[in-house]
Design a protein around this ligand. Sequence first.
Ligand code: HSE
Length: 412
Amino acid sequence: MYIAVMGYGTVGSGVVEVFLKNHESIVKRSSQSELELKYILDLRDFPDDPNKDIFIKDFNIILNDDDVKIVVETMGGLHPAFEFVSALLKAGKSVVSSNKELVAAKGYELLTLAEENNVNFLFEASVGGGIPIIRPITQCLAANEIDEIAGILNGTTNFILTMMIEKNMSFEDALKLAQENGYAEKDPTADIEGYDACRKICILASLCFGKHVYPDSVHTEGISKITLSDVEYVNRLGGVIKLIGRAKRVPGRKIAAIVSPCVVMAHSQLANVSDVFNAILVRGDAIGDVVFYGRGAGKLPTASAVVADVIDCAKHAKRKKLFGWGESEPNYVIDYKQLETSLYVRAEAGDRDAAIGQVESVFPNAKIILPDSSVKNEFAFVTDVETEAALNEKLGGIENISVQSVIRVTDY
Ligand code: HSE
């Protein structure tokens, strides 16, 4: 049996490296007598690469080669990945993808195509890099009704926040370092503005709750407005700031989903997830909470998940894997402002004592956080728990404070 790899960037070259390095055991585990890499598709030239003889630039060579049964898509982006993957599935080839943008936007369509053509479309590497999460949700936890799923889903932003928290590094310097380490997307906006985490929570929510959740239905905030000042206040509170993607079941067969920076208290399992690591908490009705932790980005960790899917496709060449990922429906994702939360708020006030009095009269259980004694006109507080809509209304009614930042506080 032959495979091909489309896209020889960070992940694609990692896939080839792992596939060739562990080739003997990979073949054994695939239950095939042979499993060989036949083509690498990339428009760029790699004259010094040890695999230079199998590089091609024409997608049709893979599409029309009946010996190629499994194709790895590590090109990234929506186009032409969608057209290529659709054509391959229609041609009766299984496809393994690490492309979260593709899966989040087209998962339902591609899984339907795979089913119609009796092949597999697998995408373990699209969420959590090397962390096993898609297979555990769809197989190991299949007995559960999943009530909620939440996690640190983006390695780049977690790395940046860790550098800000632990090294007092500026946002810009930390981003540069993440890019140098190969964690960030080509355009880091997708990381720092939360779009990458949004795609990942859409994939997880679609799998957990059974209907396609599209990225444009999920309220998304990134970390670009987080300041070292917020990091310090939250540290005084006993927590850390993390970019969290979450989705939960709500009454009426609907779900809520959101990506935003959150204050995570020190006792949470998510609080100690640092650097490029990701962690995903799944709350099931039978198992309770279970947390998956590991390297969420990077060449070899991501390749590990891709190659495992290749082995799965080879081993189960005659068996389709069904994910229970159905079509979406209008208004399936409710307005996030209907969710209950508490908020961390940083505010400036000319008369701080009077402002604190006002905050305490509006939020009787508010926790007040005072800054260093050299700062006189600023403070922070954590509100009571109510719907975000109600909290916003109350906050708007507090006169004489100028709100500088608002961050949701998680309860896990
Ligand atoms: N840019 C992504 C991240 C890569 O930092 O998590 C892995 O999906």
